[in-house]
Write a protein that binds this ligand. Sequence first.
Ligand code: PLP
Length: 368
Amino acid sequence: MTPLRIPFLSLVPGEDAADVRSAIDRVIARGWFVLGPEVEAFEQEFAAASGAACAVGVGTGTDAIALVLRALGAGAGDEVITTPLSAAYSALAIMMAGARPVFADIDPARMTIDPGQIARAVSPRTRALLPVHLYGQPADMAAIERIAARHNLAIVEDCCQAHLATAGGRPVGTIGVAGAFSFYPTKNLGALGDGGAIVTNDRALADRLRRLRNGGQTDRYHHREPGINSRLDEMQAAILRARLPRLRNWTERRRALAARYRSGLAGSPVTVPPELDPGHVYHLFVGRSGARRDLQAHLAASGIETLIHYPVPIPRQPAMAAVDPAECPVAARVCDEILSLPLHPALHDDEVDAVAAAVRVFEPRTAS
Ligand SMILES: Cc1ncc(COP(=O)(O)O)c(C=O)c1O
């Protein structure tokens, strides 16, 4: 019998390989590589899929966040409240815009920013809120909107892990002023390189962002304001166009696999995250265990690859030392317990069953 081997993810194109290849060939044959017809078409198609009026393609998800904050005028002296549990890029983007990230601890069940903690972190310098729809689970947007309205704050949604997710039935990215998406290859909609987009219902904001991503140019070689160079390229846009029509099915598959994990792991030593909104798109399936290190080693010995998203709360990263010394004890505890199990649309039911079976036979060592 061949030993079990379940990698966390494979980025080699699968059922979409032929379409991806013909998209690449089309771009090469056209000989137009930056900001051209593929980007324009993708922007329209992605906006429609995301339920937004406009989409603006940019270089990365990090740039997408930073550009929106800049367009809103958030900069030196301003604070932007965000979560301590995310990819560090969420907070780094705030710093790229020139503002200061302030961390509000997470809700331990949802694992996204705790609205009660946001309310405590608001100061006269607060300019915007940056909730992250982490692992594909929407943040508690209704409560966040109430705080934003009370203090007149803009909401920018970090949707980098939440393509097609909805919060209370509303598409993420359209609840705040704008939503930032990443097409990093591992994302639910991934490119074969870096890519990002901003969605918004504000057409004037979209026009401004189109300028800012391209050096602030209005017409060729005429720069109205100092923008940056962060353009989605034609090759990535064409690849994303080839994949976008499959995204809804892929998302359904992710949801079905998550449901299978949920029943397979019931009664096991791993705590399964509650699904607090049916608009969850399961970018990751993250369980919790007080014996995380041993569990990860046990699964590795069983041929199952797992990852930790994320091992360190952002405010405890050395890169943030001078930014905000927030303790965020809930995030710190959660970071010690979380473990991401393999979940992607090409994963088979029997692979989920094998992972669940391996988890069930794990016996945490008891303290002697
Ligand atoms: C929640 C979150 N925010 C921001 C980013 C940054 O996106 P990118 O890697 O495209 O810059 C990522 C991805 O790394 C992410 O997962």
